[in-house]
Design a protein around this ligand. Structure first.
Ligand SMILES: Nc1ncnc2c1ncn2[C@@H]1O[C@H](COP(=O)(O)OP(=O)(O)OP(=O)(O)O)[C@@H](O)[C@H]1O
Ligand SMILES: CC(=O)N[C@H]1[C@@H]2OC[C@@H](O2)[C@@H](O)[C@@H]1O[C@H](C)C(=O)O
Length: 367
């Protein structure tokens, strides 16, 4: 009989805005039932500390090293996660702990997520699975994205017609990533390009606000197609997937000097067109794109995405299918933790480029 477990997932993504916490019930295969969730926002001071950690991480020479402020920030990140689990107030069989990515170098075979899994297990009294990207990279994978196997499980909950037409799950976080699921086939996945990260940096530097709420600033501007194309000619977009990105892989250089709303419109259009471009190498197009992540709340990104998707592809928010747009990644980390305990693959050659389907994660026992 398939063993059903209660699992908590913890995701602190590239936007560095806080921690998403989700409790699900799952067998790690095709049964998934989200039960409860909560979110904890980092305060602005702590966000600045993580930004300093991103800078200090550039001097890392191996993934165990913690130069500069990294050791202190790792302790603090762990403490925030201990608090986040306490806030949820639930007991689970296992906790899937992502940690904070401070460096992602797939070309050199390593990716670093700050977070002490053993300390979280000790303090929460629950078993923890963490460091889930590393084994994929040992097997030649990109170490990201890892959510695709969860997207595949969600796709199986959709009605037959939708499944038969093919479904693309698109997460628009700091970086955007997509999983294309065609029934009976391994999922195809890749990072698409900048999600909200460049847009966030743009409105922060030009207007001192954290993000373009609702996409209203971009909605008042006019996108410069030449600049969008300039970005899309960068080598990352020429490569076929599987492929993955580090947060700092793109800069604002091409929009510098633009007016605030025109720059925002250009970056919102870039986000949409990069997602469309990521589907260009598929042998057939999915009929449905299901959008999650904070970018789903940016009406300008959604409008450009609808435009570029054309009439044959429906673009829908996750909520229309009963999925939680904000919690999908946290739920995925819970699901992945259960798969790790069961020794099931987390990644596939078609999702990360690993040499065979591989499991992963480091186990920390509750004491
Ligand atoms: N109401 C909103 N309107 C517009 N944009 C929003 C809104 N709410 C959130 N966002 C955008 O979504 C971002 C956060 O998205 P999300 O939490 O999905 O990212 P993440 O999980 O940290 O990133 P990643 O998936 O790359 O790890 C914010 O930085 C902001 O740009
Ligand atoms: C190294 C790293 O943390 N990558 C993140 C990032 O944020 C989005 C995209 O880039 C994705 O590849 C990944 O996260 C998701 C949760 C994943 O692994 O599926």
């Amino acid at each position: 009989m398939k063993q059903i477990m209660r699992a908590i997932g913890l995701m602190s993504g590239t936007s560095m805005d806080g921690i998403d916490v989700a409790l699900i019930e799952t067998d790690g295969i095709d049964y998934v039932k989200p039960l409860k969730s909560t979110a904890l926002d980092y305060n602005p001071d702590f966000k600045k500390q993580i930004e300093r950690a991103l800078v200090d991480a550039q001097s890392m020479t191996n993934r165990q090293g913690r130069p500069g402020c990294l050791a202190d920030v790792e302790r603090a990140i762990t403490a925030w996660h201990i608090y986040a689990v306490a806030q949820l107030g639930e007991i689970a069989d296992v906790v899937g702990f992502h940690g904070q990515t401070v460096l992602h170098r797939p070309g050199e075979g390593y990716s670093v997520q700050l977070g002490d899994g053993a300390a979280l297990a000790r303090e929460s009294g629950m078993d923890v699975v963490f460091d889930m990207r590393a084994n994929d990279m040992v097997h030649g994978g990109q170490g990201a994205p890892l959510v695709p196997v969860y997207h595949q499980a969600l796709a199986a909950q959709l009605d037959e017609d939708t499944q038969n037409g093919g479904v693309g799950f698109v997460n628009i976080g700091g970086i955007s990533n997509a999983t294309f699921v065609f029934k009976g086939e391994d999922p195809i996945a890749l990072d698409c390009g900048p999600g909200n990260a460049l847009l966030d940096q743009w409105v922060q530097s030009e207007a001192g606000i954290p993000y373009d709420d609702g996409g209203h600033i971009a909605g008042e501007g006019i996108a410069d197609n030449t600049i969008v194309e300039r970005y899309l000619q960068l080598p990352f977009f020429e490569r076929q997937g599987p492929k993955s990105l580090d947060r700092g892989d793109f800069t604002l250089d091409y929009v510098k000097g633009m007016e605030l709303s025109d720059g925002a419109a250009t970056l919102a259009k870039l986000t949409a067109n990069a997602i469309a471009k990521s589907a260009a190498d598929l042998t057939r197009m999915p009929k449905m794109l299901i959008i999650s992540g904070g970018g789903a709340r940016n009406a300008s990104i959604m409008r450009y995405l609808n435009e570029v998707a054309g009439d044959d592809v429906t673009v829908a928010a996750s909520e229309s299918y009963g999925f939680n747009a904000d919690m999908m990644e946290a739920e995925a980390w819970a699901y992945l933790a259960v798969r790790s305990l069961k020794g099931l693959p987390l990644t596939f050659p078609s999702t990360t480029g690993c040499d065979k389907p591989v499991t992963g994660g480091v186990f920390a026992k509750a004491i």
